[in-house]
Design a protein around this ligand. Structure first.
Ligand SMILES: [Zn+2]
Ligand SMILES: [Zn+2]
Length: 300
């Protein structure tokens, strides 16, 4: 906050200074809980609570109860109905007999972040940037922006600077914070992994987490196979720049210290994908290639 103030005080404009004073008092001193990072993993709005409050008021028809009557009322009116909504099965009375059926209107409760195929596609693109992911202190470090590689020394310096907080301006601090992303990978459920980037704080998932999970073989991009940009005339075997980079890296770096995409793995994934939905040209029997649709290499 001090650096933020410094940045804007610099202009010497009264309105800005007034706003800064207001902002500091209102949002940094008295109400400082708005930052997503304030309590990670806890709901950031009271919307759900308010909705429950509204339902309680409606169901009890805005009557006011003492606490005991209120709890009794809840038990007989509310709890019973609510708990069936999330139950996978329901006990129904049909022709005088109780029957257990699947609850078709089940409301599922997400225990992990939902990752859409769009998120996977974004992560796939990020992964294709072929940045190095360094294992340091049990965490995964990766560079942002144009930078492609990181050394252990970089990771160490980053953590030290993070501790010292010696930034001279707000912009430098933000630039520094964004320069490296740190993922703490959850190996039991990769979706619960944590990243230091701002996108993660808002959405509880990000391309970095997905890519780390992918390179650790905890997830795959198979589910979005059809949406991936497929290069034209792609021949088997390493030929692209990316493939060469994959080849180079294992020799350059200590295998234990970097999460890389080995060539074997990439081709394995590819070939298993191909095997599943391989199609052959009905005229010349050549395996067909896929763009948006199946087509034959020989344009038959
Ligand atoms: Zn991230
Ligand atoms: Zn053909």
């Amino acid at each position: 906050m001090d650096l933020f103030k410094k940045k804007w005080k610099h202009f010497g404009i009264k309105q800005i200074n007034d706003f800064l004073t207001y902002f500091n008092n209102q949002w940094c001193k008295s109400n400082n809980g708005w930052l997503e990072k304030y309590s990670v993993g806890i709901q950031s709005t009271s919307n759900a609570l308010e909705s429950f409050h509204d339902k309680i008021k409606k169901d009890l028809k805005d009557k006011r109860f003492g606490i005991i009557e209120f709890l009794n009322e809840c038990e007989s009116n509310l709890i019973h109905r609510w708990s069936t909504r999330k139950s996978p099965t329901l006990t129904l009375i049909r022709d005088g007999e109780s029957v257990i059926t699947d609850n078709l209107n089940i409301k599922t409760f997400d225990n992990e972040p939902f990752i859409s195929s769009n998120d996977y596609t974004e992560a796939y693109k990020w992964n294709r940037l072929n940045k190095s992911i360094i294992v340091y202190n049990d965490q995964l470090f990766m560079p942002d922006g144009k930078k492609k590689t990181l050394s252990k020394e970089d990771c160490k310096l980053y953590l030290e600077e993070l501790q010292q907080k010696n930034w001279s301006s707000f912009d430098m601090m933000i630039e520094f914070l964004d320069s490296i992303h740190i993922v703490s990978l959850n190996k039991e459920n990769w979706k619960l992994s944590i990243c230091s980037c701002s996108f993660w704080l808002k959405n509880l998932h990000c391309s970095h987490v997905i890519s780390c999970a992918y390179r650790s073989k905890l997830c795959s991009f198979d589910s979005i196979g059809m949406n991936l940009p497929i290069e034209r005339n792609k021949k088997r075997g390493p030929q692209s720049e990316t493939a060469n980079a994959y080849n180079k890296q294992p020799g350059e770096n200590d295998k234990d210290d970097e999460l890389i995409l080995p060539v074997t793995k990439k081709s394995k994934v590819k070939s298993s994908q191909e095997r599943q939905d391989q199609q052959v040209c009905p005229k010349c029997n050549t395996p067909m290639l896929k763009r948006r649709y199946w087509y034959c290499e020989n344009k038959c």
